[in-house]
Design a protein. Sequence first.
Length: 537
Amino acid sequence: MILKNILRAFLTLVILTFAAPSFAQSDPKDLINSLGKANFKQAEELLGQIAATGDARVVPALEAFAEGELYVRKSDNIVVITKAAGANLTAIDPLTGEALGDAPKSAFTKIKVNNSLRRAIRSALGGLTLLSPDKAVRLQAAQQVLQSPSAENLDLVEAALAKETDPQVKARMEEARAVSLLASDRSIEEKRTAIETVASLGGREAIGILMSVSSTIDASLKPDLDAAVAKIEDEQALWDMGQNVWYGVSLGSVLLLAAIGLAITFGVMGIINMAHGEMVMIGAYSTFVVQQVIRTSYPELFDWSLAIALPVAFLVTGAIGLVIERGVIRFLYGRPLETLLATWGISLILQQAIRTMFGPTNQEVGNPSWMSGSFPLGGLTITWNRLWIVLFSLSIFFALLVLMKKSAFGLQMRAVTQNRRMASSMGIRTPWVDAFTFALGSGIAGIAGVALSQIDNVSPNLGQSYIIDSFMVVVFGGVGNLWGTFVGALSLGILNKFLEPSVGAVLGKILVLVLIILFIQKRPRGLFALKGRAIEA
């Protein structure tokens, strides 16, 4: 019995003696302390071992290492995180966060870090959280591994992947495993499959990952890698074209909003209204005033500020338009040059009035939460504010179509447009049709200002940015025709966005103007001609 106990004790001593280094090597504290004596290459190997422990307590130490805030205390060669404490530094345990006392700066030696180590640290941090119970943390960790390919993470990613049940996280982990596998020494076939997996990501991210491993990958895989990159680039070119179309549609919707009111007044009344841009500007300032009131008195209603500003802007600008028509324009019918000069003078008066009331600088108009941010759609990036403006423009357009086609006022407007004298002889009060038509066009311009306040600077010069483009849209589409304005706005918006990458924004606008001038030489009445009073004259 005594012999048996002695033998057991001897075996235990042998096991402890030879296994101690292995146990020490798996202890996070010992691994972190080893960083103090390691060179860059050894430190990178240690980071892989630290990540393999799966111990979340090492995260603060790794973050401090990446920031260059990890030190060795000279007195006992313990690795600590330091914090300034007057002239001294406070040593903090990297695992527990416990303060270990103060000492002069000379008592510590900083552990050096380079860019290669920082990449390894990011990979280690990603690997440490792959097994987190929180789905969002696991998804973010897989994303970090995906962006920093490292062979050290492969085993940990595969272990996490085997336990993952969430489809979204599992798909991202599959991609993270593929990029880690490309950096490893696994078989050619596995790497070929990994290339296909990375290529399925698409976009510039996948191209960057494949190009980052192109210099280290086996020569036999070069054709597969080049083919994958070429395929992604072809797909990306198509998505870039689609993105340009979307930018063109969003620009076209802005032009439609700015021009649709002008299409009504110019088409029905034959008035060249140079103050139309100022109606847009006043609508934007109405939004600013509404938001100021809400911010100071009813902050909980801020997400409803645009809904409140829409009727306010419509009524304010519609009333101003009615006053302008009754006070000035009705005396100038049939005199286009005098009308142009008069409305231009009114535009200057309105600009100066706004400068006097609100100052010459830009005013802050906030975005409600539902108009902030963006979301991906395939290879496109769609911003919420642009999307809502496109939908809003379409709703205004179709509402005006219904008004023009189905309402009594719309029928009167069309009658005056087609034959003013006949409409008057049928009992239609043409002066009031003119007045309310001008007020309607001005009110719609004010609504456009509400939308434009979300994507442009609100300043006294806001309207001047859109007046020329608005006239181009109306003339190109056909004076007085809403469908012509719609097609003209989208056509010019898309054409602008396709010209800008090759010739620049300024030259692009010049080319568009030249093309419109050439087009008008062939079709003076635009795409969709509508017979009106100005033509009869």
